[in-house]
Design a protein around this ligand. Sequence first.
Ligand SMILES: [Zn+2]
Length: 306
Amino acid sequence: MIRRVVILFFLFFSFSYSMELKQFYKNMYMVRGVDDMPSVENKGFMSNAYAILTKEGWVVVDSLSTPELSKEFYDQLMKVKKAPIKYLIITHYHPDHWYGASTFKEKGATVIAHKKLNEFYNSPDSKMTLEASNQRFGGLYKNVRLIPADIEISDKKDIKVGEYDISIISMTPAHTNNDIVVLVKNENILFAGDLVYINRIPFAGDRGASSKNWLKVLKDMENLNPKIVLGGHNEPMDKSAIKFTYDYLHYIRETVKKMKEEGKSIDEIKSYINQNSPYKNYVMYNVFNDANVYKIYNDLDMEDFE
Ligand SMILES: [Zn+2]
């Protein structure tokens, strides 16, 4: 009997999720997704989204994986304060940051993203990726409507919203070819998208990713000297997370580079790293590490010609 109750308990929790809006700083709110791949069970709630309440209305950073999730996020924001959604800023084109955008667009938000997100939106790849992801994840994305940026970022843009001075800065290529970060200058708070992690393995396998330039932009972010760093997949972090991310990418790059020079094959390198990596007990290691090694192995070939 007890065993049956325990099984039911686990079934209940593995087939449900709860989205809890948390205030992490004055006027700033977040929802925290689970550390996992998207699934029908978790409804794709495996990334964070953020919102800043200004005197003019809300500024939202990232829009979760689906219109259903972003609607739930929106409803929770409206319980805090019924105010217009002024801006939706999309840190990059991955589904868990972009695919929920239609909710905020319908509420009148001006959408801001990197210029290269719009290039992707305008290419046939955007629809093909959506369809393939929808098939792969059991219809999870069936209601997604892709939304382009109204304002394109190619370098840097400053906006003032209510009492906040906000810089939106291109930091690309790094995790993708269209990463932007959002710096709230009054408070020195940095929304870093998927560029910064703590105790979790970054995903560096996107075809537009550049581990070499990612290391460079991490230094740029360190120089911004943020008080709090908000990422796509962690609790609020401090500057030490920038170092964690740097050290992981640097370790993989240096290990792959050295073994490649010794003439080792990709499989030998993967297996060496899987035995010796100091990072193998961190969250998402099994999901992302091999893909990262593979991408960095190929990138190093290209960099040889630079
Ligand atoms: Zn991402």
